[in-house]
Design a protein around this ligand. Structure first.
Ligand SMILES: Cc1cc2nc3c(=O)[nH]c(=O)nc-3n(C[C@H](O)[C@H](O)[C@H](O)COP(=O)(O)OP(=O)(O)OC[C@H]3O[C@@H](n4cnc5c(N)ncnc54)[C@H](O)[C@@H]3O)c2cc1C
Length: 301
């Protein structure tokens, strides 16, 4: 990004840009390099303006939510990283059983709202520390439920800066993925929920959170499940069977509590984490013949 492009970005975003931003604070793994420009976007008008500009200038861009499924490599991200704020990170409200939220709303806030409103079905996302935009992109799921099952429609801005609406029925949701175009940004999500007793919804949320506390290493930086579960098996079982619990490279370790989690012991480089991912993949393949696919998204260089 040259100086003219940087000045233009500052002007469009009223200075809400950090150049050469360290991304470890924006990723739950607390590791990784810098982004050329980290842009905070408060409105749909600004989002379309910024994406149109980046497209015309051929500058790469990607949206992130809470960075809870991201490994940012040590040499960082070339181009712009977009974070949704303001009205793009607020719950807009409900119309009957439909709730509309900005793509940057955290799952935690959304679930809190659902409890207040007596609306059920988002309980499975309790303890998934991302945004609803990230949950749609990843088709986040737990306990046999997936985000895609509850999507009425989403608002996106395409990589060329055009705002569009997509209906849930027209999106192809798969295991930890969706057909939402990769470089588009989900700025709004409308979910379809059911009425239920507040106390019961709250109880299910608490139960899910306590199951996670019991089984996941939540006291250390991590990105949730590193690998997808292969058909008919569990990545954690395979990694544990290969004797890799507690295996370390640099500052990264395969969790002793949950073998499909890698934890940052404090000073892990992204390259340590990636090396550990590759080592686990290699050992599991040698021992079981199964090639594990990553769930965590590796970005940057
Ligand atoms: C402790 C822990 C537990 C977890 N448990 C689960 C679990 O049970 N199930 C599960 O599925 N996942 C789980 N995860 C992984 C992660 O939380 C989910 O994948 C989550 O949906 C990612 O959301 P995010 O907002 O953090 O997205 P990010 O990690 O910031 O981004 C993930 C991907 O989505 C894209 N993206 C994010 N926001 C947008 C947007 N607004 N528009 C377009 N693209 C966007 C990014 O470009 C990136 O490709 C867990 C993670 C942790 C740390």
């Amino acid at each position: 990004m040259n100086n003219r492009q940087k000045s233009a970005l500052l002007e469009i975003l009223n200075d809400s840009v950090i150049f050469d931003a360290e991304m470890a604070s924006y990723s739950t793994l607390r590791a990784g390099g810098r982004a050329e420009a980290l842009c905070f976007i408060n409105s749909l008008a600004l989002l379309t303006a910024v994406m149109g500009f980046l497209n015309r200038e051929s500058i790469n861009c990607m949206a992130i939510g809470k960075g809870s499924n991201l490994l940012v490599m040590d040499q960082g991200i070339k181009g712009a990283v977009l974070i949704l704020k303001g009205e793009l990170a607020n719950i807009r409200g409900r119309s009957g059983n439909l709730v509309t939220a900005g793509g940057g709303v955290s799952n935690r806030e959304l679930i809190k709202y659902c409890i207040q409103e007596g609306l059920s079905d988002m309980e499975f996302l309790a303890g998934v520390p991302g945004t609803i935009g990230g949950a749609v992109m990843m088709n986040a799921g737990a306990y046999g439920k997936e985000t895609g099952d509850y999507i009425e429609k989403i608002g996106i801005v395409t990589s060329s800066g055009i705002a569009e609406e997509l209906f849930g029925s027209g999106i192809n949701f798969s295991y930890r993925g969706s057909s939402v175009p990769e470089r588009s940004v989900i700025y709004s999500v409308t979910i379809k929920l059911r009425n239920d007793e507040r106390a019961q919804i709250k109880e299910r949320v608490e139960k899910n959170l306590s199951m996670r506390r019991a089984s996941q290493p939540l006291d250390m930086p991590n990105c949730g499940s590193v690998f997808k579960n292969p058909q008919g098996d569990f990545a954690a079982r395979l990694i544990e069977a290969s004797g890799l619990k507690g295996f370390k490279i640099g500052g990264a370790m395969i969790s002793r509590k949950h073998a499909n989690f890698i934890v940052n012991m404090g000073d892990a480089k992204a390259s340590d984490i990636l090396a550990l991912i590759e080592a686990a993949r290699k050992r599991v393949k040698e021992d079981s013949g199964i090639v594990l696919e990553t769930e965590v998204r590796v970005v940057g260089q």
